[in-house]
Design a protein around this ligand. Structure first.
Ligand code: UDP
Length: 239
């Protein structure tokens, strides 16, 4: 018997770093296959999955400011990095027998479809994983913001932010051993306690659209399935 899932349609935000594994940069095949395996598990439970992928493992626009590069140009390079990750992810899904499509906010018709909301929703309904590349298509934003935007547009039940830490803590668990993970926290509490869940623009959009967020660590085997089944995994940030 398949377990009842809490969510029917999710938006998963994967940072570029999530694909690096223990490497210094780029894409680690074993790591990407581990993530694909976890997504496959929930697709098989009938969950519709949209993914926004970051690009920080290849290029991060903001940091190049130090090199005096024009910020918008650097950001477009960052968005192009997300397209590279999206293609790698799609390839990995296909090798695992999972149907996936890439839609890019930056038109690149030879290699990916251009983002089109109705088509994306149709793919989700067909059980295909939709990988959203190219961020929002605009400089000065992050892929966290792209994730909240696509999550809201796709009418997702929740946004799942996969990170290196397995939730939101009372303090930085790497520095403070007494730090405790929140099982749940409201948007208002997170704001008043100045807990960093996502960047301010992304957080504000989720709050405004009442799109709850679960912050969790995807490195743990089966974590994604536990989250979508509503088990005590990660931190639920709710209205
Ligand atoms: N980026 C952008 N607009 C967007 C999304 C991303 O300009 O809507 C650029 C920005 O330079 C960012 C880079 O793409 O630094 C990679 O995205 P991000 O840092 O969010 O990736 P992650 O940290 O999730 O790997």
């Amino acid at each position: 018997m398949t377990p009842q899932t809490k969510y029917k349609r999710i938006l998963l935000k994967l940072s570029g770093e999530a694909l690096m594994g223990n490497d210094a940069f780029g894409i680690n095949r074993e790591t990407i296959m581990q993530i694909v395996g976890q997504v496959k598990e929930i697709v098989e439970l009938g969950v519709q999955v949209g993914i926004v992928i970051g690009g920080g493992n290849i290029f991060r626009g903001v940091s190049t400011q130090a090199d005096n590069m024009d910020r918008a140009t650097a950001d477009y390079m960052g968005m192009m990095a997300t397209v590279m990750n999206a293609l790698a992810l799609k390839d990995a899904f296909e090798s695992a027998g999972v149907k996936a499509r890439v839609q890019s906010a930056l038109p690149m018709q030879q290699i990916a479809e251009t983002y089109a909301r109705p088509k994306a929703i149709q793919y989700l309904k067909e059980g295909k994983v939709v990988i959203f590349a190219g961020g929002t298509g605009n400089p000065f934003f992050t892929t966290d913001t792209a994730a909240s935007l696509r999550g809201a547009e796709m009418n997702c039940d929740v946004m799942l932010k996969a990170t290196n830490v397995d939730g939101v803590y009372t303090a930085d668990p790497k520095k403070d051993p007494s730090a405790v993970r929140y099982e749940t926290i409201t948007f208002d509490e997170a704001l008043s306690k100045r807990l960093k869940v996502m960047d301010a623009t992304a957080f504000a959009l989720c709050r405004e659209r009442q799109l709850n967020i679960v912050v969790f660590g995807i490195a743990k085997e089966g974590a994604l399935k536990r989250v979508v089944c509503g088990e005590n995994e990660g931190t639920l940030v709710h209205c």
